[in-house]
Design a protein around this ligand. Structure first.
Ligand SMILES: NC(=O)c1ccc[n+]([C@@H]2O[C@H](COP(=O)([O-])OP(=O)(O)OC[C@H]3O[C@@H](n4cnc5c(N)ncnc54)[C@H](O)[C@@H]3O)[C@@H](O)[C@H]2O)c1
Length: 233
């Protein structure tokens, strides 16, 4: 069993929680950061904080280093997922600013605070973007812009932090985060891969990117093929 450490933001539920469980199973030490409560367990240390606050970002990295002595990987997962605040004409500016602050600025703050420790460990950053960086439904301007920003921030950071630190992002499609949610057969079958995604699909992609030594600055789309599907009627 190795003693590598990964810091995962937004790990109280959903994709972040799935990633925490996945890396714990593989023997990693996991430092979990969230604004919500999480229970600690063996090799899982929990820091309560907000990724959009730089003092919290700095404290989370310090906490992970104090608990585990090193930092090998960071998954910037925390996000306000698909907030729907109505049409752009009436979207309150404070809601736009909050989505950008958490989904985009939070990735920047966590990454730069973790950079020295990740450089020392020759580690990796995985940012969780979204297929909404590439395609849209109406009334999703703040979310789409924040995730497009994450894709661009990813290649910028890959250049600035390399070669010591590789930086990639994952763009999930539809990932079911409510285990007992009832989904129709049509929901499943519309995916070229034949099913809706689960958090472990994203965790497995993160594991691949952490180990992929010749891959940096990339956006790996993990969406069951949905963004490759021609939909003209
Ligand atoms: N579920 C999907 O289908 C899907 C698809 C594409 C992208 N994503 C992205 O994946 C990530 C996780 O999505 P999810 O569906 O698991 O969401 P979720 O809402 O289930 O979980 C998000 C977690 O982030 C935490 N969080 C929110 N704001 C925070 C902050 N300021 N600081 C620290 N923690 C904070 C929440 O408390 C929560 O535990 C998000 O970035 C989301 O945009 C999700």
């Amino acid at each position: 069993m190795h003693t590598k450490t990964i810091l995962i933001t937004g790990a109280a539920r959903g994709i972040g929680r799935g990633c925490a469980e996945y890396f714990l199973e593989r023997g990693w030490n996991v430092a979990a950061m969230d604004i919500s409560e999480i229970s600690e367990s063996d090799r899982l240390a929990v820091f309560r904080g907000d990724v959009s606050r730089e003092d919290d970002a700095a404290a989370a990295v310090k906490f992970a280093l104090e608990r585990f002595g090193r930092l090998d990987a960071l998954i910037n997962n925390a996000g306000l997922a698909q907030p729907s605040y109505g049409p752009p004409e009436t979207l309150p500016l404070e809601q736009w600013n909050r989505v950008i602050a958490v989904n985009l600025t939070g990735v920047f703050l966590m990454s730069r605070q973790a950079a020295p420790a990740l450089r020392a460990a020759r580690g990796a950053i995985i940012n969780i973007a979204s297929t909404r960086a590439l395609m849209s439904e109406p009334n999703s301007e703040a979310y789409a812009a924040s995730k497009g920003g994450v894709v661009a921030l990813t290649h910028a950071l890959a250049l600035s932090l390399g070669p010591e630190v590789r930086v990639n992002c994952i763009s999930p499609g539809w990932v079911e985060t409510t285990p007992d949610a009832q989904r129709s057969e049509a929901d499943r079958r519309q995916h070229p891969a034949g099913r809706i995604g689960v958090p472990r699909d994203i965790a497995a992609a993160a594991e691949y990117l952490i180990g992929a030594e010749f891959v940096t600055g990339q956006n790996l789309v993990v969406d069951g093929g949905m963004t490759k599907k021609m939909i003209y009627v």
